[in-house]
Ligand binder design. Sequence first.
Ligand code: CTP
Length: 405
Amino acid sequence: MRIVVGVGGGIAAYKACSLVRKFTETGHDVRVIPTESALQFVGRATFEALSGNPVHTGVFADVPEVPHVRLGQEADLVVIAPATADLMARSALGRADDLLTATLLTARCPVLYAPAMHTEMWEHPATVANVATLRAHGAIVMEPAAGRLTGADTGPGRLPEPEEIFALASLLLERSDAIPRDLTGRRIVVSAGGTREPLDPVRFLGNRSSGKQGFALARLAAQRGAHVTLVAGNTIGLEPPAAVELVHVTTAEQLGVAVDKHAVGADAVIMAAAVADFRPTNVAAAKIKKGVDEPDRIDLTKNRDILAGLVQARHDGQLPGLAIVGFAAETGDEHGDVLTHARAKLERKGCDLLVVNAVGEGKAFEVDNNDGWLLGADGTEQALDHGSKLLLASRVLDALGPLLR
Ligand code: CTP
């Protein structure tokens, strides 16, 4: 695919280098178009070497090639990283005073802006209005990350990490309409990752959940406008999504407490976490040693079912209107295939939607792609095409939308 990476003049321009590299490494033809001021931060030669293509900033280079029209017309995707306040202002106005803004006017493909600026600039009414204009024009303006900015200040305005921009860009190549602002004003709680149930200070019972699917859901819900609380158990060094409230937990009990707390007032809870059904009944205060009080068995106590608890609380009128989404990782066995087990689980759990993954033989756990089914309490069944976890997340959020009060 042909991807234009536009680079604005901000300190985060150095992160555009990793982004360009990710696109070229995955086989895309990348044209980098920096603004003149972006070249104050990263040199032209760096972008030329990383993209393997010439780099210009103005409309008067290669004039016979008409690049100010051709690059935009031919692109499958335009990604602006970092999108500075000034660049977004110029592009919201429809100016075409350099190669990048001219390209933005001619592009008919999805355009993804990854903003980076100081919090004051991001929150200024002028920027807020420009972002709204760009979104009204059909562009996707990412929510920036919160955190350390250049200098000592912190707050929203940090460039989302290149991995996150790359993931959302790849999603747009899979599905150009996957990031609408349909969840604006919604509060969504997502649980993700596996729980760890301690045996002693160094050992635990855990599971193979990586947290990737839950993180993808949280990431996309936030970029679709929701206020997202991500309750994360163990995840294998995943980059936290930009613009979500992250709550770290370890055990099933902690996960349950956090989900119950944040479910109050929420529009939806998505239980993507792999919650341990059992925990060791006794947790040794000191490390269990070979040859000393060697246990020959581990007694287990059942954990409460958090999802079923939410359904019950809603039934009792405590969580009115909450939409509840469950996950099921299933294998077929002598009692039935994956779908048979999943239908029974949906019935048993009483949630509104059940996302079903077939597991085993390298499927679902720890991998980047997922496929499965989406079962609705109303009897609807949708096969989920094989694709990235963000693509699956987009299908889940599409199905969730109509269930929100
Ligand atoms: N879940 C939960 N609390 C638990 C166990 C599971 O909330 N103690 C949630 C998971 O987050 C998931 C759904 O329930 O959304 C299904 O999880 P799964 O482990 O497949 O279901 P179980 O009820 O444990 O069914 P099984 O008999 O297959 O183990």
